[in-house]
Design a protein around this ligand. Structure first.
Ligand code: SMO
Length: 762
């Protein structure tokens, strides 16, 4: 242990902390990836869903006769065929939830356009698709205007005397934020393949959470856990959209059991936009009370979250995160936060990269910039006066969270230096005077990286190779490389000696998965612990073999040496010796260690973004001229991959801020059903210049000292971009501007506000 608590300074002379190139890339980038759609066992049948055209109403009839008569059709299933099933789990993280779990196929009511109402199984994907077109579904429209908007979840947190603080305040500012619904839009749409053999179900799912999927499938299909195996082969991105079991997964697994053979379903982009989980969609309102010298006194926040028509596992996570993360990195004495979730006639809303963190940051950062305008204080200076002191960690927040460590003042200082903040401000002011519509905005954020536990095992094989298995999983984010770095560092072996296994529930007895920025901090710490235990076992065997004290051993360069006798053992020597011992390992596994690691608490990353945005006066088009960013993800295992996570997150955060929005018409029909209508960012939308630097404040809650980084871009970037655009338009006075900040919306503000022209004095 050292001064920073439980952080054990594993970062030594080995690969941890080095920009090792991703070992999975050669395979994935040259077509060697194996995704669910690449797997077609012999005799595999193909399943296609019949989806409701209507957004709501009573399901009165399903006529499948014509479909059953189509070439190649094996079966058509409706809810009546499925019979009684168990329910999927919903994580009850807030006290008040009226659970609305998934229905594999619609029973009596249709609640959203795109809801699956029947499943067609055929001998080819084309036959299944053609036959699905022949199923006639009758839906009786709802009698009145009634919509399913029941309030089904809520959370209230309050601390201190908020009313008194507001009464005493010299300055009160408010902000209302509307987050558009957005699509996780992973490169690979959802996919499921299931097989039933000898009373056992094997499901290959494009999922972030294979162990959770195993539990859900067992519960829903009323099987024992031992009867279910879930495999996540290569997963082409997820972003929260593959963190829960889907109705479609259940139907595929049920059909495999019913038909006693392999059944596969692969979604399309259009079907994912229509029926995969969506993200964001919250409406938040905040009020911040400050003293005349800009000290934050109290915060009020009211937040509303849409749930869609069913609840995935993490349905209440965005609400809970947004509420508990407020007031973010700032010292605020009194808070009153309340959040409510409602059912809506659309697809389920789930977690999406950031999951409530972006909502908290956006509200807080908009309030901070509004306060800076009101108090005529520099926005960076206002933040500096209010951030939690570095000496105050671990810091208990008014919402009851414990921030483990951080250096928020350090982030601000580093950003100010790297961006030449004062020079930049002066330049922006000069350009404004000359008639340019240009502004700068900041987003300061925190990123809690998940709680709880993860599993790992590590094995020394007969040939001296080290194989580590993780309960955390892989969705394309380079875990095979990062985890191998941790193993190689801990055991002092070359990277090439290490293999990483993941994504198969037969490898470990339990696990969690890849979500909530937790893979390195929690999954990596599990691997570290397993390796430390294995190293102790290896030392014992090696010391016995050499006949020296364990303290006399030196690990390094793929060998174990005794300082006293200068005898050198290879790892294979140790493995063979362990296997020959009476208590030795089984088969090829000479020595093995399994752990379930429980984190001591959350690790809170942090960071700050600064954007300079110029707006084309004629078209309203925003152009990100410069982007500066300092992120603090604690101890970094692989700087190259962290950089990649930040830049990728920037693209995704930029999409939400400037262009992405799911749109329905008044009848609940999806208008953004393809990438022609749903605007994902493209390479040309990225800022011309991105400068990224970092702080490394070790986490105090895990032995790696690592914090999360996967969601940072979605948290800090939209706030900085919004504030920059708002700053550019500030000379026009107040305006109600909501994301996405499309050129049309900005153009309308420019028209109404009569933007200052060269020579205007404002
Ligand atoms: S939104 Mo994430 O994959 O927890």
């Amino acid at each position: 242990m050292n001064a920073v608590g439980r952080f054990e300074a594993v970062k030594g002379r080995g690969p941890v902390g080095r920009s090792v190139r991703r070992r999975e890339d050669a395979r994935i980038l040259t077509g060697g990836g194996r995704y669910v759609d690449d797997l077609t066992p012999e005799g595999c049948l193909h399943l296609e869903f019949v989806r409701s055209v209507d957004a709501r109403g009573r399901l009165t009839a399903i006529d499948a006769e014509a479909a059953r008569a189509c070439d190649g059709v094996v079966a058509v299933f409706t809810a009546g065929d499925l019979g009684a099933l168990g329910t999927a789990a919903v994580n009850l993280l807030v006290p008040d939830v009226d659970v609305r779990p998934l229905e594999p196929l619609a029973r009596d009511m249709v609640q959203a356009a795109g809801q699956a109402v029947a499943a067609v199984v055929a001998t080819s994907p084309a036959a299944a698709r053609d036959a699905a077109q022949c199923v006639v579904v009758e839906v009786e429209p709802p009698s009145g205007e009634e919509e399913n908007t029941a309030a089904v979840s809520s959370l209230n947190i309050s601390h201190g005397d908020v009313d008194a603080a507001f009464a005493d305040a010299a300055c009160v500012v408010s902000a209302t934020v509307e987050h558009a619904l957005v699509s996780p839009a992973a490169l690979e749409p959802r996919a499921a393949l299931a097989d039933w053999r000898n009373g056992h179900l094997t499901a290959w799912l494009s999922t972030q959470t294979p162990y959770r999927a195993r539990e859900d499938l067992a519960r829903i299909l009323e099987l024992s856990m031992a009867q279910v195996r879930v495999i996540a082969p290569d997963v082409g991105g997820a972003f929260g959209g593959k963190a829960s079991i889907y109705p479609e997964d259940v139907v595929v697994a049920w059909a495999a059991r019913e038909l006693a053979g392999p059944v596969k379903w692969c979604s399309t982009r259009g079907d994912d936009l229509l029926s995969a989980t969506q993200g964001r969609g919250a409406r938040t309102h905040g009020e911040l009370a400050l003293s005349c010298d800009g000290r934050m006194l109290a915060l009020r926040a009211r937040m509303e979250f849409p749930h869609g028509h069913w609840m995935p596992y993490s349905a209440v996570v965005p609400m809970r995160n947004a509420a508990r993360i407020l007031p973010g990195p700032y010292r605020v004495g009194a808070v009153d936060v309340s959040a409510q979730g409602r059912m809506t006639n659309g697809p389920a809303v789930g977690i999406y990269r950031g999951a409530g963190r972006p909502e908290a940051a956006m509200l807080m950062e908009r309030l901070v910039e509004a306060a800076a305008r009101e108090l005529a204080l520099d926005p960076l200076e206002l933040r500096r006066r209010n951030v939690i002191d570095t000496q105050a960690f671990p810091y208990r927040t008014p919402t009851g969270e414990t921030l483990d460590s951080g250096d928020y003042g350090g982030l601000i200082d580093k950003l100010a230096t790297m961006a030449d903040y004062d020079g930049l401000r002066a330049e922006v002011a000069r350009r404004r005077t000359a008639g340019a519509v240009v502004g700068m905005g900041v987003g300061l954020y925190v990123e809690p990286c998940g709680q709880g536990w993860e599993s790992a095992s590590v094995t020394l094989r007969r040939d001296g190779r080290i194989v580590a298995s993780t309960g955390s999983s892989v969705q394309g984010q380079g875990r095979e490389t990062a985890f191998a770095q941790i193993v190689a560092e801990t055991l002092s072996v070359p990277l090439e000696q290490v293999a990483i296994r993941h994504g198969d529930t037969d490898q470990l007895s339990s696990g969690v998965g890849a979500l909530a920025s937790r893979s390195t901090a929690i999954g990596g710490s599990a691997i570290l612990r397993a390796c430390q235990a294995l190293r102790r076992q290896v030392a014992e065997v090696a010391a016995g073999l050499i006949g020296c004290a364990e303290e006399a051993l030196r690990f390094g360069e793929g060998a174990i040496t005794s300082k006293d006798t200068s005898v050198t053992l290879s790892w294979a020597d140790v493995a063979r010796h362990a296997l020959s011992a009476p208590s030795g390992g089984i088969e090829e596994a000479a020595l093995t260690e399994s752990v379930v690691y429980h984190a001591d608490g959350e690790a809170w990353s942090s960071g700050i973004c600064l954007a300079v945005v110029a707006i084309d006066r004629e078209t309203g088009t925003p152009k990100i001229e410069k982007f500066f960013w300092v992120d603090d993800a604690g101890v970094v295992v692989n700087p190259l991959m962290v950089h990649g996570q930040l830049v990728g997150g920037l693209a995704q955060g930029l999409g939400e801020a400037l262009m992405e929005r799911i749109v329905y018409d008044g009848d609940g029909q999806l208008l953004t059903g393809s990438f022609m209508d749903y605007a994902l960012p493209r390479a040309g939308d990225m800022p011309a210049s991105i400068e990224i630097d970092k702080l490394e404040t070790p986490a105090r809650t895990n032995p790696l000292g690592a914090k999360g980084v996967g969601e940072a871009g979605c948290i800090g970037v939209p706030a900085a971009l919004y504030n920059a655009v708002r700053d550019a338009l500030a000379p026009l006075g107040p305006c109600d501007l909501q994301m996405p900040l499309t050129s049309e919306k900005i153009w309308r503000v420019l028209q109404q506000g009569e933007a200052p022209r060269p020579g205007d004095r404002r």
